[in-house]
Design a protein around this ligand. Structure first.
Ligand code: NAD
Ligand code: ZN
Length: 391
């Protein structure tokens, strides 16, 4: 079958690879109908996530039609159309029982790698490095879905894929980011990043009762889409050194009730601190560029909440922890417990409360995948969200 594979930094190719097989009794195999490229995939593309190997199949935003089921699978059948959570929960461990699927104890066979780096391991992820299990991703014609009953949701056959595909990752991610931000009715919320995650975070913040949402980015077309959802915006290219002043001004000197970092470890910017981050990362003296996290901590009102859906990988430099402590901030973060939100968010889509497909900018076939990675990375103003039509 054809698949998009990681061949090295800035090198994604279409390769012919072996089709997946049922390996465990809880598995199903799906014929991928639609998959997407995520902002997280760009961290792989840019070579900042360790333990990728040449030939690894990419893709963790996947949906398709079941073509084969393992012997223990009872609730799913051949022909069902399912959306698959990007993180794998075994459904039975201490954490899965508490719906903390992204930190499942059992789904990462390479847990020892993560233990060396982080002390303990999180869940396995599709197409996201050997540190996270070395599982094949779904930017391919077929995908093996593990612990399939726990990690997928059946969607109606007559609903267009595009409306429900993002239940696999970025819609639950945006929603959990907003839940993690402790939003109360009437609150003011600031969101860094107007990418797909930032967009769905802003929309979720309104759904959870925020009165004002301020979105920060430097791509005008992305900011425009945020304004369409009712957000106010700040373009940090126009005001790099005054983002914090601007937020203060917009919030009457108090700061937002919640600050959400939907950017993560590859933040851009031109401040002295950012230039130092770039320099240190380029000579491997730093693992992450945490400028947005610094700003979120500085901007947040006293006793407010900082929520971090943006991905971080290693050891972060010059975090104003003294300010966080003095202000009594609350912190919430992590990979999304996708499975917890799939059902309620599917209902919201079916009820017409939200249509996540409005963030799609490009629809491609698999042969256009390598170019799409390059363009999504280099031309974010145009390329907002790319979906790959497979079957
Ligand atoms: P994306 O790359 O399309 O968007 C990131 C946006 O951040 C871009 O528009 C960029 O211009 C903006 N940005 C960069 N520097 C900034 C700064 N200093 N201030 C404000 N904005 C800035 O990515 P995405 O798909 O929207 O994903 C966003 C983040 O969420 C990524 O780190 C991704 O890995 C992460 N993510 C996390 C989870 C999870 O489970 N927690 C799931 C999916 C994605
Ligand atoms: Zn993702």
């Amino acid at each position: 079958m054809r698949a998009l594979t990681w061949e090295g930094k800035h090198d994604v190719q279409v390769k012919n690879v072996r089709e997946p097989k049922i390996l465990a009794p809880d598995d199903v195999i799906i014929k991928i109908t639609t998959a997407a490229i995520c902002g997280s995939d760009l961290h792989l593309y840019n070579g900042v996530i360790p333990t990728m190997k040449k030939g690894d199949i990419l893709g963790h935003e996947n949906m398709g039609e079941i073509v084969e089921v393992g012997p223990n699978v009872k609730k799913l059948k051949v022909g069902d159309k399912i959306v698959v959570a990007f993180d794998m929960g075994c459904g039975k461990c201490y954490h899965c029982e508490r719906e903390e699927y992204s930190v499942c104890d059992n789904s990462n066979p390479n847990a020892y790698m993560a233990e060396a780096l982080y002390g303990t391991s999180a869940a396995g992820l599709y197409g996201y490095s050997h540190l996270y299990g070395g599982y094949a991703g779904g930017q391919a014609e077929y995908l093996r879905v593990t612990y399939a009953e726990t990690n997928s949701i059946v969607v109606p056959n007559d609903i267009p894929d595009e409306k429900v595909l993002f239940l696999s990752d970025i819609f639950p991610t945006g929603y959990m980011a907003a839940v993690n931000a402790n939003i109360k009715k009437g609150d003011t919320v600031c969101v860094w990043g107007a990418g797909p995650v930032g967009q769905l975070t802003a929309r979720s913040a309104f759904l959870l009762g925020a009165e004002r949402v301020i979105v920060i980015d430097h791509y005008e077309s992305r900011l425009e889409l945020a304004r369409k959802a009712g957000a106010e915006t700040i373009n940090f290219d126009e005001d790099e050194n005054t983002v914090l002043d601007e937020i203060k001004y917009l919030t009457g000197g108090v700061g937002p009730d919640s600050c959400i970092d939907a950017v993560g470890l590859e933040a851009h910017g031109h401040s002295a601190m950012e230039i130092l981050d770039y320099a240190k990362m380029s000579v491997m003296l730093a693992t992450d560029r945490p400028n947005v996290l610094r700003q979120a901590i500085q901007a947040c009102r006293k006793a407010g909440t900082v929520s971090i859906p943006g991905v971080y990988g290693g050891f972060l430099d010059k975090i104003p922890f003294g300010a966080a402590f003095a202000k009594g901030l609350h912190f919430n973060m992590g990979q999304t417990h996708t499975q917890r939100y799939m059902k309620p968010l599917l209902d919201m889509i079916l009820e017409g409360k939200i249509d996540p497909s409005e963030i799609i900018s490009h629809r491609i076939d698999i042969t256009q995948g390598p170019d799409a990675y390059k363009n999504f990375n280099d031309k974010k103003d145009e390329y907002r969200k790319v979906v790959i039509k497979m079957h």
